[in-house]
Design a protein around this ligand. Structure first.
Ligand code: HEC
Ligand code: HEC
Length: 443
């Protein structure tokens, strides 16, 4: 955890003191800002003092390490677990940026989470272990299991003879505490994504996204991630598969499943009826996270800026790469422009490079069940804004499970609806592949 704001009591005293050295967000076009200090992510708009206090509180809660229920002087920071993955949002999301990436074979880092799903697509998880394999536990309990990965290298050649190498992950889970996973349970490894620009993606009108699905780019058939919530159909726009309909929805899930904290949004954590020892442990209040903290968390995420595109040393290559991006058909899914609802009083379009639709990218990227069988999986087109910043920070763990070590590997894994684009990419000479990489690094 890289927090400059180690815990809440300290921050509450320090509120208002940290405003002096902020980068000038007005100098950049909305919603971009220069991320001068990675521990102090800037906002997409200039905030009033009241909004600034709310944002700083949200950032502090985001960075807070929650402690076990009953910890003396914990104030409102208690209730983590009993089963969890990390005690702070920041433990996986690194001040809103990507996690730190995966170095290679071995135990999974906290920010690569194994979600568990019942065989039929549903909100249900494994009957014993729940929706998330919890890899940490309070004293007196054992973590649910120890997941690890082994990468198998796959090599091949571009049309011009240049070599490439991909790594295909194989996961295993040792030391499961209450017996094996249920037959058919699907293992869904997921990287903690960067949280850039979520406040804007929240305001892309659902009708626009549904419209894109009705007039797809050639060869693609993106699907809208509709979910019935609160009695009406809502568009899933967050998460690698568009599982969450809003930042509040996603925040409630994260608190419950990955941190073991209940909220007004979700009154149960990820402890199942089979996990008796977990059931009977003390809780940190009902709910464990106050609505004030919850709202501050949502507010913080919705105001985060997108890192300003870096200055490229080679603008000609960037321009050539952009033309290739369009020519290869990448922009059929990674849509450059999306409109925003008029109501939010901001410029009317953003450039997130996504259509917020779900696409089938082939069995190579699909999830697997406990028997090792691939289950057809659809992925939300990953937004590409902020990619330059993420790669500059050395966080090159791309795709939903972080397997791709750079932009070339990410493209080479595209198949299914993106097969034509990938095959055309393989035909490119090395200098054009470099130009495409330069363009992606300029986002
Ligand atoms: C143990 C690691 C971990 C912790 C702790 C964690 N997250 Fe996440 N987060 C993830 C993973 C993994 C995903 C991807 C989930 C998916 O795609 O289904 C994710 C996805 C998200 C997203 C969706 C982003 C997008 O681009 O669609 C948001 C928002 C988010 N988390 C917010 C939070 C907040 C707020 C907290 C703290 C309350 C938090 N997370 C704690 C791992 C974590
Ligand atoms: C059919 C739709 C589609 C097309 C066409 C497509 N992509 Fe993607 N792209 C996706 C989806 C969906 C993902 C997320 C896949 C995953 O995480 O498993 C993705 C992920 C990526 C990522 C990784 C981003 C991240 O944050 O992890 C990069 C880079 C990328 N695409 C670049 C390209 C380029 C370059 C092209 C053209 C050669 C292209 N894509 C064509 C749908 C598409």
């Amino acid at each position: 955890v890289t927090s400059r704001l180690p815990n809440l009591p300290v921050l509450l005293l320090g509120l208002g003191m940290s405003c002096a050295a902020r980068p000038d967000t007005t100098a950049q076009a909305f919603p971009y800002a220069v991320f001068a200090d990675s521990r102090d992510p800037p906002t997409a708009t200039v905030l009033t003092p009241v909004e600034r206090d709310a944002y700083d509180l949200g950032h502090a809660v985001f960075n807070t390490q929650f402690v076990p229920a009953g910890t003396p002087q914990a104030s409102r920071r208690d209730g983590v677990g009993p089963l969890f993955n990390a005690p702070a949002c920041d433990g996986c999301h690194n001040d809103g940026a990507l996690g730190r990436g995966i170095s290679g074979d071995g135990p999974l880092p906290a920010q690569l989470v194994i979600q568990l799903r019942a065989p039929v697509a549903s909100e249900r998880g494994d009957p014993v272990y729940g929706r998330t394999l919890n890899t940490a536990a309070l004293p007196g309990l054992l973590p649910e299991g120890k997941p690890s990965v082994r990468y198998i290298e796959i090599t091949g050649h571009y049309a011009d003879g240049g070599a490439w190498s991909l790594r295909r992950p194989e996961y295993r889970i040792d030391e499961l505490t209450v017996g094996s996973l249920a037959a058919g349970t699907v293992l869904s490894p997921r990287m903690a994504p960067a949280l850039f620009g979520l406040g804007q993606l929240q305001h892309v009108p659902s009708e626009v996204i549904a419209g894109l699905a009705r007039s797809p780019a050639p060869g693609t058939h993106g699907a809208v991630a509709w979910h019935r919530r609160d009695g009406r159909l809502q568009l899933g726009r967050f998460g690698w598969q568009g599982d969450s309909v809003s930042l509040a929805d996603q925040t409630g899930r994260a608190l419950a499943r990955e941190m073991g904290l209940t909220s007004n949004e979700r009154s149960h954590d990820d402890c199942t009826t089979v996990e008796r020892a977990c059931q009977v442990m003390q809780n940190g209040g009902i709910p464990e996270i106050s609505s004030e903290f919850f709202d501050a968390l949502v507010d913080f995420q919705s105001r985060l800026a997108v890192p300003a595109p870096p200055q490229s040393a080679d603008p000609a290559a960037v321009a050539e790469g952009k033309a290739l991006f369009q020519g290869l058909g990448c922009s059929g899914c990674h849509r450059e422009q999306l409109p925003l609802e008029a109501a939010i009083g901001q410029p009317s379009t953003i450039a997130p490079y996504t259509d917020l639709l779900l696409h089938d990218l082939g069995l190579g990227l699909a999830d697997h069940n406990v028997d090792g069988r691939a289950v057809p999986s659809r992925w939300r087109t990953a937004p590409l804004w902020g990619l330059g910043y993420a790669l500059r920070r050395g966080d090159a763990s791309l795709l939903h499970d972080g397997r791709a070590r750079g932009t070339a590997e990410a493209v080479l894994w595209h198949d299914g609806e993106a097969r034509a684009a990938r095959n055309s990419y393989i035909e490119l000479p090395a200098d054009e592949r470099r130009a495409l990489d330069a363009f992606l690094r300029s986002l």
